[in-house]
Design a binder for this molecule. Structure first.
Ligand SMILES: [Zn+2]
Length: 137
């Protein structure tokens, strides 16, 4: 999973390092969210990274990673090869599955896993190296 994420980060380094990529920003600006109780420390329009199954096929989020740099990943955990990630705003992810409020306070650098929606989350700290820093090759 982390290898997949590293590969993605290299591929999309420009997009990820540019907070308001014009195309992304336009997509996000087309809708807004209003939640009475917003559990996450980040804004609802924060970009998160989902697997295609989560984003397009309504698979439940079973693994969450809050990266050391603050990025959120929502993964279906059905395979070690989740394919190309899809950018989805945090509000849309939460809107579909409010049980994610249970891990909204997951600190940066931590991962969480549950076997199904409604099950308890197991959380663990990710070693710093796992984020990788391939910029000094
Ligand atoms: Zn949204």
């Amino acid at each position: 999973m982390d290898a997949w994420w590293l590969a993605f980060r290299q591929l999309y380094a420009y997009t990820v390092s540019t907070p308001f990529n014009p195309i992304l920003y336009a997509d996000m600006a087309e809708h807004t969210h209003h939640f009475a109780n917003w559990p996450f420390p980040d804004d609802a329009d924060t970009i998160s990274y989902c697997t295609g199954k989560v984003a397009h096929e309504n698979f439940p989020v079973l693994r969450v990673t809050h990266d050391h740099d603050g990025d959120w990943q929502f993964l279906d955990a059905t395979t070690d090869d989740p394919g190309e990630p899809v950018l989805v705003c945090l509000g849309c992810v939460f809107e579909r599955d409010a049980t994610l409020s249970d891990i909204a306070d997951l600190p940066r650098g931590w991962c969480a896993y549950r076997s199904a929606i409604g099950e308890d989350w197991e959380c663990w700290e990710k070693p710093l190296e796992a984020d990788g820093d391939d910029e000094h090759e």
